[in-house]
Design a protein around this ligand. Structure first.
Ligand code: 5GP
Length: 190
């Protein structure tokens, strides 16, 4: 997606530990026009599937996921993060390792918001090692829902997230692939 590449070149910043900061258009201030185009692009790529629901994780997945949900005319649910969860019969819960905070976090979705048998599209802002998506897949498995595919705004292709998810037979669509962030430079994969 060329507009997104241009925005990354213009406004993205490379931080230590292979982190790309995109807080001026995705993660804190949001470029709503670009986000709308992102939603439409995912809707087009997954138009061959009957999607019942979008699933993401708070907080940075919510903005792109809302736009996809709007473009596809389906509900959106996001997994909530908690320091620790009191397990209850009413929630699906899982534990994941957060790339940006380098800590384990409990995440949960209320059982009312994913129905067994639903075909669910997972959307997130970044794909690095795949932990966030793995956590969402675990929640979908608990809910006996089907993962229709994974839509990622920015994939860091030098990290193993895509391989891990594809190895389980799932489809991954990313709008921009980054091959390297070495020397504070963004190198796109294609
Ligand atoms: P993973 O779970 O695939 O290792 O990492 C994905 C999650 O970590 C995303 O939900 C995203 O919030 C965060 N993340 C991973 N890499 C980056 C990055 O380079 N920049 C930003 N802003 N977030 C990242």
């Amino acid at each position: 997606m060329e507009a997104l590449k241009h925005k990354i070149i213009e406004a993205g910043r490379v931080l230590p530990e292979n982190v790309l900061k995109v807080d001026s258009f995705i993660n804190q201030q949001i470029d709503v026009e670009l986000m709308t185009a992102i939603g439409q692009e995912f809707a087009k790529r997954f138009a061959d599937q009957k999607i019942d629901r979008i699933l993401t994780i708070e907080s940075s997945g919510i903005a792109p996921a809302i736009m996809v949900a709007q473009a596809m005319h389906v509900p959106l649910v996001f997994a909530r993060k908690r320091k620790s969860l009191t397990l209850s019969a009413d929630i699906y819960a899982t534990k994941l390792f957060s790339y940006t905070t380098q800590q384990y976090t409990d995440v949960m979705v209320d059982k009312r918001f994913i129905q067994p048998g639903e075909n669910v599209l997972v959307i997130d802002d970044f794909l690095a090692n795949g932990q966030a998506v793995e956590g969402l897949i675990d929640i979908l498995n608990q809910a006996q829902a089907t993962l229709a595919g994974v839509g990622i705004v920015i994939e860091k292709s030098f990290q193993p997230g895509r391989q891990t998810i594809e190895a389980q037979g799932f489809r991954v669509e990313s709008l921009v692939k980054i091959a390297s962030l070495d020397d504070n430079q963004v190198q796109f994969a294609d």
